[in-house]
Design a protein. Structure first.
Lengths: 300, 300
């Protein structure tokens, strides 16, 4: 039931504006001002792909959910993603000075401000998730479940452990299995939590949630392989990131372990499996299908 | 109704063990191992005063609450406190190498690990707060409220903004009002959230919560004044921290703005007001009364 004519460009443009507007509204909704807030805004409102919040909304819509019910979760997840980028870029971790073609947070402000702005975005995510207007008491059980799922994915059993393994893997050869585990923690866990949160908030059935999780795990890995490939033959003017840094850091990547051609082949196989997981979904999941294809075709 | 014979030493000893056992149980409850977990444990399970979780439990008990219902909140708050210490100690912020007489987290491990262990403890706090066994749906509304209150206190409108102001205040003279605002954000907000969380979870009345908040704001400020005084004439063998660092950093402190004698006087006045806020509470709040007195008499 795939509609190949689905206009993903317009879909991304629409959702990106809605998400940015909501993020802006949240972050300007306080009386706070000063450097901390400016650093948070600088990183959160910069031009990202917004892939996680869009997946959250698209997953909800694929099972008939309403976008407005999902926005707090979508925004909280983007805040967690933004914080993780700020901290990953720090001198003690990746020591990156450019992100999306702009100075990274610590380069634009200073290191102390970047550490604290990251901390503040992570904390704000949970403030947003616990500030939702509840229609009834059952709602509150669902939101607690969402907070649990997101904090587990983002924490020491998920994203942060993935980042630790990523640091440890520099200058050392790891196996394909170790690389796959690393990425399923570092990027996969939060991508899956994004899709799961959208599905839960849209009252998806158990079976639907399971299929959507398979979809998200497959595209999560494919996303990382595409990232690795862009680090080899991407255009820095489009990606906003320098190329060749993985090789310079002697990082184990899919291309370094499998070769370029085999990596491309593997990414395509994963996307096919992701699409297969949506076989029983109707055309409301065309955005999810189009996103899966986009992930390996993207230039940034 | 104050009982001056209240044995605070035994009370602290009991609660400290209970809190440490619970923190140990939580942090060892996963399948995770490795350096990230070791760094989290190193900081979280070191010998702290546990003043925030003890206040949380004591506030609950003052209105008839049961300790076991409060423990998840008490532990989550201690995790947030532990994370804030790890990040504050980092080279880019306070650049401290000793904490409680032991190497700070980044000194014992490395900077990247300390940043991520802090992130992980902050995230784990929300995982704990959203993992509670719910007796009924009303419970879930209360826990969402607790998550909201704690995240607000710990975030960019509270503790983190206080830390930003603390950094900005080094090498610059600020007014007493600015100093008071700084500390009510940096330490006061989380202390108040600790007391409030305990009270809410124990089903305290609106009036009781308001009085407990007054109590916590007063002791929070007094706590900071006592810290400033210990930085002048504390014993490093007891405090585990070097003395004279505030003066060396040209930080504005209560003693630097008010003088030592006037600062001691002010702290005593605040404690008197804190005790006054508990005037209508019965002897179940003796621990809170004893803690208030301890705060200005403590040697560490």
């Amino acid at each position: 039931m795939t509609n190949n004519d689905f206009d993903l460009k317009s879909y991304f443009a629409d959702k990106t504006i809605i998400i940015k507007n909501e993020l802006t509204k949240i972050i300007n909704g306080s009386n706070v001002s000063g450097q901390l807030l400016r650093a948070m805004e600088y990183s959160l409102l910069s031009e990202g792909k917004r892939i996680r919040p869009i997946l959250c909304i698209a997953a909800a819509e694929s099972v008939g959910g309403k976008q407005s019910d999902i926005l707090p979760a979508a925004c909280a997840i983007e805040m967690i993603h933004a914080y993780s980028l700020i901290h990953d870029d720090l001198p003690a971790i990746d020591n990156d000075l450019l992100r999306r073609g702009k100075p990274t947070c610590h380069a634009a402000f200073n290191e102390a401000t970047a550490i604290l702005a990251g901390d503040a975005l992570l904390t704000l995510a949970f403030q947003v998730l616990s500030s939702v207007k509840l229609q009834n008491n059952t709602d509150s059980v669902i939101w607690l479940k969402i907070i649990h799922s997101i904090s587990t994915a983002a924490g020491y059993m998920g994203m942060i452990e993935g980042q630790m393994r990523d640091i440890a893997s520099e200058n050392s050869q790891i196996s394909l299995l170790e690389l796959e585990n690393l990425h399923s923690l570092k990027t996969g866990a939060l991508i899956t939590a994004s899709v799961e949160a959208g599905a839960i908030l849209a009252n998806a059935s158990f079976d639907q949630i399971e299929q959507l999780k398979v979809y998200s795990e497959k595209i999560g890995l494919a996303f990382q392989i595409a990232d690795d490939l862009l680090n080899i033959h991407g255009d820095p003017n489009i990606t906003g990131k320098p190329v060749g840094t993985d090789k310079a850091r002697k990082k184990s990547t899919y291309p370094s372990l499998l070769g370029i051609v085999e990596s491309e082949h593997y990414a395509k196989k994963l996307i096919k499996e992701a699409l297969h997981a949506l076989a029983l979904f109707d055309n409301k999941s065309d955005p999810l299908r189009a996103i899966a294809l986009y992930i390996i075709e993207r230039k940034r």
